[in-house]
Design a protein around this ligand. Sequence first.
Ligand code: PLP
Length: 410
Amino acid sequence: AFGADAVPQAAEDPLFGLMAAYRKDEDPKKVDLGIGAYRDNNAKPWVLPVVKQADELLRKDPNLNHEYLPIAGLPDFTSASQKLILGEDSPAIADKRAVSFQTISGTGAVHLGALFLAKFYNPPVSEAKTVHVSSPTWANHNQIFSNVQLPMKNYPYFSRETCSLDFDGMISSIQSAPTGSIILLHACAHNPTGVDPTQDQWKKIAEVMKEKHHFPFFDTAYQGFASGSLSKDGWAIRYFVEQGFELVIAQSYAKNFGLYGERAGCFHFVTSPSSIAQDTIARVGSQLAILQRSEISNPPAYGARIASMVLNDEKLFAQWEEDLRTMSGRIMEMRKALRSKLEEMGTPGTWNHITDQIGMFSFTGLNEEQVQKMKEKFHVYMTKNGRISMAGLNTNNVDYFAESMDSVVR
Ligand code: PLP
């Protein structure tokens, strides 16, 4: 017998618990700062104008059908995705050193990469077959890598004192990891802290990783959404590729296209310029195809068709860049508004980190007890670690949120 009676109860996903509590709350002042999805200034989901346009064009296409996509996904989508993240004139594209698979959004891309590494990564010493992730990191990283039985370790990332990067801790941890370790890096808009290395810091990270022959695993879920500039948010990955690293990239279109539920994403494997290019890429691709086939057979079509249409059309692309500036701009405005309100009230503490941090999330520095008070007294919902989704703030609730924060830190 299976013995299902012995299956233990799993812990509830903390974010889902938070959302349920928010929905139940009947106070009209309630504020949802848990959700990791963009909201407009009226706290409503936002369909990007460019996505609406692409959707209408798609629906008019008489040749559209519901056949399976190829195992690797929509070719126009995967090649445009390579260009988007690596840059049009990337040496990796020119040398045909990249192979790409369409995935179930960013989560599926991280999973495909994790599975591939678990099966084929062959470092010089066996202890190096370990994924080093930032502390903290996106909670799902831990589950995805443990599901494929890749051991994990943490490197320091966030300083609670300064609410900014613990760069020395990060570097010395990466330096002391066994030669050839897998290092997971958030390309931009680190989740959950909102703290990114500067370009000089990235250069140092690359230098140390090169010395140690570490393997970079980039997770990019916020390109264009963070700063409003696709190239700025893709800078770190492009720099690592320029430096000749062999690396992988998990790319999500959930946030930057607002295609959350459509599950559009891409996994890229880039070999180093010193490898025997064509042949290696073909072999890697052949194995990825088997993994993909056994996991999902072939990826979902709809979201990828929308993204592909935009990525491959100059006019739509320009509209998309405009939409990205709308989203990132509104978030930056909210960062400024929150900081200046706190400073105006003389709320104890320093608040520059609110505007120094970038992307969807901010680590406010509130502790668990203060977060609890925010919920009980003010109906403000945020995760226990003090993270807020900036997208949940708008001109109608930012002052109320700042006043609540002021009250709980005093
Ligand atoms: N990686 C990071 C760091 C994220 O923050 C997210 C989304 O929150 C993802 C990956 C993947 O999300 P999705 O599977 O919706 O693309």
